[in-house]
Design a protein around this ligand. Sequence first.
Ligand code: BGC
Length: 768
Amino acid sequence: MAKIADKYYISDPWNIIEQDFNPEYSQVSESIFSLGNEFMGVRGYFEEGYTGKSLIGNYFNGIYEASPIPPSGYKGIIDKTEFIVNAVDWLYLRIEVDGECVDLNQSHFKDFYRSLNLQTGMLNRSYTWILKDGRELRLEFERFVSMKNAHMAGQKISMTPLNFSGEIMVTAGLDFTQIHHMVGKNLWNITRTNDGDRWLSIQADTLTTNQSLYSSCYFEGNPEKEVGILEEKKVLKQLTFKLEEQKATILKRVVCNLSKNDNYEGDSDTFNVQCMEAERSLFQYTYEQIKEETTAWWEESWKGSDIAIDGDELNQQGIRYCIFQMHQTYHGAQKGSVIGAKGLTGEAYSGNTFWDTETYCLPFYIFHNLEAAKQLLQFRYLTLHEAKLRAKALDCKGAFYPIATISGRECCSLWQHASLQLQASTAVAYGIWHYAMITKDDDFVLETGLPILIEVSRMLATRGDWSEDQSSFGYYGVMGPDEFQMMVNNNCYTNYMGKFTLEYTLDVLDKLKQKKKTAYQEFLKSHDIEDEEIQKWSIIAKEMFIPYKEENKIFEQHEGYFKLPNIDIDKIPVEDFPLYHHWSYDRIYRNNMIKQPDVLMMMLLLNSSFTIEQVRNNYEYYEPRCIHESSLSPSVHSILAVQLKKHEEAYKFFEFATRMDLDNYNRNTCEGLHITSIAAAWMNIVYGFGGMRSDCDQLSFSPSIPKKWGGYSFRIHYQNDILQVSVDKEKAYFQSMHGTELNILVYGQVVVIKDQKIEVEILQEWRG
Ligand code: BGC
């Protein structure tokens, strides 16, 4: 795998530390030091202004703009795309002493230090600014976004003159002038500004999508003078302070942001009233109070989700960073929120959510925050009508879920992905199934899950075809998860997951029929389903073609894959990566090279359906063909490698996931964080080394331990309790934190955990 670690941040178990600022790394650090709370995300830019390379990014979940795509004239090709739009800079600051402004791109400075405390959610930064005449001013910054009240955030600046006393002017405000970098222009219409004693507010609408954003703040501090300034798309306060040598002067600001997106329950008038109320009640909050609530939130959250590793500080830091980002990206705070492939940390992937959500991210929430997991699936229910429209556009019945979306509409401008990838739809079905397996929440399945399953099944029945001799059903002209094979027939993953979805739908219908006959009849009626349609799904599921060779137990990625020209991927020069940028687009499709797991992905998602021999043979066949161009890839290989007791290989793959962004492995962290890889890193430990499987009736574990580690532990929320799993070189320990009786399997044997810690010997073959 042509990926090299770029070690820049200081290793520490609970902090991400940058010492001595390197401008070459400015945008990577902006991504790394992003803060978010699902509702809003802010990159780690220097709020006091910086003329070097920077992406001042502020994103709000569900606030997007649209841009037209030149019409192609072909049916089913989208004509516009939607992207999360860069919004208000609510941290805006300028710091000026006697006409000289600080700017780390031009000013002299020393003792730079920045740290993100994962335990508290606080981002701190400090340096000493050396003015042109030699005067020195120590500046310290702190910022956070509230995890308790998603609309609130805080900023603190401490200013200490080291060798002088004098005046300083701080201009602080709310700035809507930022451009959206991907389109190179600003996309906001200001509708209202206001200012009063120590406070400011601004409101703006998106240009074309009828969405609004309101931002307000007030300042805690004692300036000598305060002047309000109104500039285009900006409201500011010029605050003058008298500084005393060696004495810290502090300015704090409390921020409240509100948004009106597609899921807002109310109209513009309701929103305006809400904003006015927010303005009136802004002073109720103090900086310290919101900070305290936030640190308490993190403290509580770590109690149930920490992963501790003994003997591997780098990966300890890496995995805690990943867990931190998972909580920041999503926790079920707001109806209709999505997990963008980059979360709220950058413009790449346009803030769109992918099939990644249900396959990679959902497990973390199922085992840490069930309400969030439910909300994620609710989003698909909320947008079912859009998926139905999309199915129509693609000449199918039912619902075809978009491969990339914010609003529920397809946003992927590459038609071959948008039209040929069925995996978003089957991933939604898989997500419902997975959630239901763990929660046994039948009401959710009936009310939210089943309507989705029916429509996806309808799509699956109409998108596929019977073979010429009518002997088997399959999907023709598709693209599976491996995006290096386009317009193929009978992609194994697609067919397998299609079959799985149809069978699960039939199963849910059957259970309903057995348990609540009247409700079943009513459901069929209200969804216009005839018995005949159900029978058809059953036949299709039964006759689904799964390309498979019994003699070597290898699934063929798609019909004809085994005969494709072979490429020795180890001979591809390292400078050719990423291949998308260095090989002509069609060239990557003309051989058997794989971008990311396809057959192996299916083997992970439904792991208990395959024998160990099948997993081994397929892993050994497909892994050498995979170039891991997607950050979704290494962890899946790592988890399966553990299952195959290929411990060293598993560890090698594992290292990429936990530190994908911290070590900038893909050289594109500057564009935003790889949220799916972050989710996969969590899976890599829990499903990989912990050997957890959640795709069968009983939760099971086959713990192993990498050679390098002295031990590790993780916690999952399960059956209203927290299950702590700790592993050392000799034993694995299972404990239910609140004493609930939990039945699990360990190495295939039933283990009942009650109020005692249970010890199980690590089998020799599982010791890395
Ligand atoms: C991967 C997709 C994924 C997308 C967003 C692509 O590079 O190939 O599978 O959905 O990134 O993470």
